[in-house]
Write a new protein. Structure first.
Ligand code: SAH
Length: 344
């Protein structure tokens, strides 16, 4: 089978258009149908001739993912399980908020190879990297389903975006393009578990995308235990890389920290976190741990969470508690496990 069109970046799409001997404006036209208008098939592309539509369908078929399952949370969060053209499943989440925003939490891989001990995504293993359009099209799919414009994107779904760097960045270009999805770079956040070469590359990107880093502990031993996939990227080096990122971009970095009872919630851990953050333009996002099945990790009380938040702020480290949404439908942080597949 020929590669489907959603696998292409905008640059590759332009190459295809060139190879077909078409004028360059066709690239924008086709991309707009694919992403801004979420066309279901080439037949929808009414400003392309029938002949051209036929050629495109032949050369690079358009196969939209099928929504094979979906769930709605009590809090309005919606989770969709998408089946891609090759049968691979991936989840994406739409999070509407009271102020009228709609955030899409998109996935960059099917499954994940990082194996964080507290996260459900890695449990089902790693299937494959998603390609640029497969990541980007999650935005118009959610937008259509909720009948609302998407205002923000967080690449915090399945997968490690910096283990799939070029595809993830090429997806961001589609999302950010004013004529395509038109989402401002500052409203797009990419979260990494701390893949240092990725952070270095990201600091070179000209757009003002936002960077979030899953920290979960500033004590090396604890972090190694919780996040075995990044033991090669030690905290000292991570801190230095973030410093360099800040020097280059002057854009505040978010550290995600899911508090787990008896694991990373001790006074020593708090002190280490304060030391790690001091002197850096950063923000700590404390996340209530979402319980996943057969897990030995448990959340702390809300009181504990608030104490941490207060103590961080008192120490001059900007911190807030994340309002984690969609946990009743396994749609919250760390719960995206392709549950449809597991139910079958
Ligand atoms: N691989 C990237 C993108 C995933 S983002 C990363 O690690 O940053 C998903 C976020 O949810 C990460 O911060 C992750 O550490 C966090 N998370 C994973 N499992 C969780 C759980 N059970 N409860 C709360 N947060 C969790």
């Amino acid at each position: 089978m020929k590669p489907i069109i959603e696998t292409y970046s905008l640059e590759q799409l332009a190459d295809i258009v060139k190879e077909l001997g078409l004028p360059q404006f066709r690239t924008r036209q086709i991309a707009a149908w694919l992403y801004a208008k979420n066309a279901a098939s080439y037949d929808d592309m009414s400003d392309l001739s029938k002949l051209l539509r036929g050629t495109l369908a032949e050369e690079c078929p358009l196969v939209r993912p099928r929504i094979v399952d979906q769930q709605a949370s009590n809090d309005g969060t919606r989770k969709f399980v998408l089946e891609l053209h090759d049968g691979v499943l991936v989840e994406t989440v739409g999070i509407p908020s009271e102020d009228g925003r709609l955030t899409v939490c998109c996935s960059s891989q099917s499954g994940c190879a990082m194996n964080c001990a507290f996260c459900a995504t890695g449990r089902s293993g790693f299937r494959r990297n998603l390609l640029p359009g497969e990541i980007a099209e999650q935005v118009p799919i959610v937008s259509d389903q909720l009948d609302q414009r998407v205002s923000n994107v967080v690449m915090m779904g399945q997968g490690e975006p910096f283990a799939n760097y070029s595809n993830a960045i090429n997806a961001l270009h589609i999302m950010n393009h004013p004529k395509l999805l038109g989402i401002g770079a500052r409203r797009i956040t990419v979260s990494t578990c701390g893949v240092i070469p990725g952070i270095k590359r990201f600091s070179q990107e000209p757009e003002q995308f936002t960077l979030a880093i899953s920290l979960h502990s500033a004590v090396q031993e604890t972090r190694d235990h919780l996040m075995p996939g990044v033991t090669n990227y030690p905290l000292l080096e991570l801190r230095k890389t973030v410093q360099d990122y800040l020097d280059k971009t002057d854009r505040r970095v978010t550290f995600e920290y899911a508090l787990m009872r008896g694991i990373n919630d001790s006074p020593r851990e708090l002190e280490a976190l304060i030391d790690f953050c001091s002197g850096m333009l950063c923000h700590v996002n404390l996340i209530p741990l979402n319980e996943i099945s057969d897990s030995s990790f448990h959340p702390v009380t809300h009181k504990r969470m608030q104490e941490w938040c207060d103590q961080l702020n008192a120490a001059g480290v900007n911190a807030t508690i994340r309002n984690s949404r969609g946990s009743d439908i396994a749609g919250a942080c760390g719960q995206l496990a392709n549950s449809y597949a597991n139910h079958r």
